[in-house]
Write a protein that binds this ligand. Structure first.
Ligand SMILES: NC(=O)C1=CN([C@@H]2O[C@H](COP(=O)(O)OP(=O)(O)OC[C@H]3O[C@@H](n4cnc5c(N)ncnc54)[C@H](OP(=O)(O)O)[C@@H]3O)[C@@H](O)[C@H]2O)C=CC1
Ligand SMILES: Nc1nc(=O)c2c([nH]1)NC[C@@H]1CN(c3ccc(C(=O)N[C@@H](CCC(=O)O)C(=O)O)cc3)C=[N+]21
Ligand SMILES: [Mg+2]
Length: 291
């Protein structure tokens, strides 16, 4: 048996066409959606992701700005820049690329972003809204995974789901979104004893550990849906996920590839959140509609 591929590039194309149409309609009314990206330090992977985000904005009619700072930028300087962007009417979304250098408190930085411009969905107000079932900006990666599950018509209500990873940006919000959709959710992590005993019982496995081959064929129930969030490099330097793709695709019913799976969907949902932020600002006639 060979699993059906859930193609993040193909789904992104459909959703991004809708984003471009909505962006054009808003621009027609005098409000051009704008995203500001802040990158501190010179991590090469972060530079690639940020470049992809800026390029996606340009291609879909969103205005974007990217500030690159040296790794020794002070926390106070970063907070001052965020404060300026919070008050900038041309900017509807603010994204501070993570991870930040160790001398900067990332919680403090995220909380400094205006919740209405927090298109990553990382601010406590948005995280709390998700936890309590209120509308909010959903974190882009888990939101993108939900869109992939929906597009592939994977039943979620009553399904058994395992999330591998408990970070604030992927694992925890992923588990909450699956729970909201009616799945019975288990969160596994590095302290979990016998990971395979959980994954083998699951209808859906989302791997977000940042470890190659965390999920192998003998750990997957035949026909299960496998979503690979991981972004790793193999010994030859090639991009790979957390899932042993070649063997797992013979057991799973649906599977996402790396690259071309969750990664492009993350960027797509960032565009969606930024557009939504701009539409809300315009609808409320906040000063930020003057762009
Ligand atoms: N495709 C995309 O768009 C995105 C991809 N990523 C990628 O997803 C991965 C996860 O990202 P992120 O959540 O930020 O990473 P973190 O390092 O913050 O979290 C990793 C989580 O995985 C758990 N973990 C690590 N090793 C194992 C293991 N062997 N078995 C079980 N659990 C394990 C850790 O457990 P513990 O808490 O106990 O340490 C932790 O909870 C990375 O590869 C990252 O690059 C991230 C964001 C977006
Ligand atoms: N504030 C913040 N928000 C984030 O959303 C955020 C972040 N910080 N820090 C890092 C992670 C990681 N992340 C990715 C986005 C796109 C791809 C992506 O486009 N992947 C391509 C391949 C990219 C390549 O060629 O290297 C793919 O999978 O096909 C990957 C990873 C967002 N993150
Ligand atoms: Mg994101």
């Amino acid at each position: 048996m060979t699993a059906t591929l859930i193609n993040g590039n193909a789904l992104s194309k459909i959703i991004r066409a809708d984003v471009a149409a909505r962006a054009a309609a808003l621009a027609q009314q005098g409000c051009r959606p704008g995203l500001a990206v802040l990158l501190v330090g010179d991590d090469p992977a972060s530079a690639v992701y940020v470049r992809n985000k800026i390029k996606a904005c340009e291609e879909h009619g969103l205005h974007s700005s990217c500030d690159r700072y040296p790794a020794d930028l002070s926390e106070a300087e970063l907070l001052a820049r965020i404060d300026a962007l919070n008050r900038d009417p041309a900017i509807h979304g603010i994204l501070v690329q993570l991870p930040l250098p160790a001398h900067i408190n990332s919680h403090k930085v995220i909380e400094a972003i205006a919740a209405a411009k927090d298109v990553d969905g990382f601010h406590i107000a948005n995280a709390g809204a998700l936890l309590t079932g209120r509308p909010s900006f959903r974190p882009c990666t888990p939101y993108g995974v939900m869109m992939m599950l929906q597009a592939a018509k994977i039943p979620l209500s009553g399904a058994s789901a395992v999330v591998i990873g408990r970070s604030n940006i992927v694992g925890k919000p992923m588990a909450l979104l699956l729970l909201e959709a009616g799945a019975t959710v288990t969160i596994c992590h590095s302290k979990t004893r016998d990971l395979a005993s959980y994954t083998r019982a699951a209808d859906i496995v989302v791997a977000a550990a940042g470890q190659r081959n965390v999920l192998r064929a003998d750990m997957v129930k035949p026909g299960a849906t496998v979503i690979d969030v991981g972004m790793n490099r193999d010994e030859t330097g090639k991009l790979c996920g957390d899932v042993d793709f070649e063997s797992v695709k013979e057991v799973a019913g649906h599977i996402t590839p790396v690259p071309g799976g969750v990664g492009p969907m993350t960027i797509t949902m960032l565009l969606v959140n930024t557009l939504t932020a701009a539409e809300q600002a315009y609808a409320q006639r906040l000063p930020s509609h003057i762009a």
